[in-house]
Design a protein around this ligand. Structure first.
Ligand code: FAQ
Length: 320
């Protein structure tokens, strides 16, 4: 079959909603796009453990500590499923990790902001996991089978994360005036970076058109951002807190909110490595990698020993 025919067949499978599986033929650019997106997603889950991990030792009660510990562990698990999904496309996990450690690979801009107080843990669960779910529910229907299936489990866990964050926000918003002020301060700092998670405006999104055609993405960055605003603003109202956007108003005609312009200069500056915590995040990941060297060495020595034991009887038979 010519490559033109193969591409036409591939696109027709996508159009009729047949999932693409690892051994199926796929255009190189489809494979490359998926490795890029899935690995960036995996890195985001791994780096995403750091802002919240910072608060495990300072959680205000044993119950909160247990929940936060479980949540951060879930994020590690998500990273691992996603690296595995990238491996099904022929990517090498060590190469991907090296790209993260060297600062070459991207990960979500949101994780380059600091967690200053306990209310930030509520705001991350509510807003950051809330934004992540909005994007990932769409990805449960993505065209690549292993990615879509990983997303089903990840979304179930993320929705628990979102609820635990909102529960923290309820406790603080209905608490003392000082606690309510902390909750408001956390929304003020996390609202705009959460909207940035959805990526550049559609007109400036370099990958969206092709990703939509291949059904890797099923909605555009702006569509998902709008959906997030529409769902989240009433949740802020229920808390008795305000969203830090003077231009936010309900638009009766379109049946959704109008909202202000994102500071795109800040977004690109964070994406390019100049956010408040980019350097700290990469240092933490590099240190974790170096500290884990003995584990990798022990695991590969164990695997080599096992392999040798398997071969020993064959070698003995040969020698005899
Ligand atoms: N930050 O053309 P587009 C989570 C880059 S998981 C940094 O629109 P695309 C769980 C983009 O990579 C959060 N870079 O790109 C959790 C591209 O760069 P490139 C992560 C960004 O791929 C919660 C360039 O800009 N979720 O939070 C960002 O079609 C709590 C042009 O952009 C995912 O990764 C950004 N915000 O659309 C964990 C979901 N936005 O590669 C712990 C999967 C864009 O050309 C605690 N990913 N860029 O150099 C996606 O759905 C898509 O990749 C988008 C971007 C929507 C993120």
């Amino acid at each position: 079959m010519t490559s033109l025919n193969l591409e036409a067949l591939f696109q027709s499978k996508i159009d009729e909603e047949t999932k693409i599986e690892p051994k199926d033929w796929m255009p190189d650019a489809y494979r490359k796009t998926l490795i890029r997106q899935i690995s960036q997603h995996a890195h985001s889950e791994i780096v995403g453990m750091l802002p919240e991990g910072n608060w495990i030792t300072r959680a205000p009660s044993l119950r909160r500590k247990l929940i936060l510990l479980a949540k951060v562990q879930d994020e590690a698990g998500h990273g691992l499923y996603l690296y595995s999904a990238a491996e099904t496309l022929g990517a090498n996990r060590d190469d991907l990790v090296q790209q993260l450690l060297s600062g070459k690979a991207k990960y979500s801009s949101i994780f380059n902001y600091p967690t200053l107080n306990w209310a930030d843990i509520g705001a991350i669960g509510w807003l950051v996991d809330g934004a992540a779910i909005m994007n990932q529910v769409m990805l449960t229907r993505t065209s690549y089978g292993p990615y879509a299936r990983a997303m089903v489990r990840i979304c179930k866990e993320e929705s628990f994360h979102q609820r635990q964050g909102y529960e923290i926000m309820i406790a603080m918003a209905k608490g003392s005036p000082e606690q309510k002020a902390m909750a408001q301060d956390a929304i003020n700092r996390w609202w705009w970076p959460s909207l940035m998670m959805f990526g550049p405006k559609d007109a400036e999104s370099s990958h969206s058109d092709q990703a939509l055609k291949w059904k890797i993405k099923r909605k555009t960055n702006d569509e998902l951002r709008q959906q997030f605003v529409d769902v989240t603003v009433p949740q802020a109202e229920y808390l008795g807190l305000t969203v830090p956007d003077p231009d936010l108003r309900w638009n009766e005609e379109k049946g959704s909110y109008d909202f202000g312009e994102i500071d795109w200069e800040e977004f690109w500056s964070v994406v390019k490595g100049n956010g408040p915590c980019n350097k700290q995040r990469l240092q933490a990941r590099n240190k974790a990698y170096e500290d884990g060297a003995w584990v990798r060495e022990a695991a590969s020595a164990h695997a080599a020993k096992k392999e040798q034991r398997k071969l020993e009887p064959q070698l003995a038979t040969k020698a005899a």
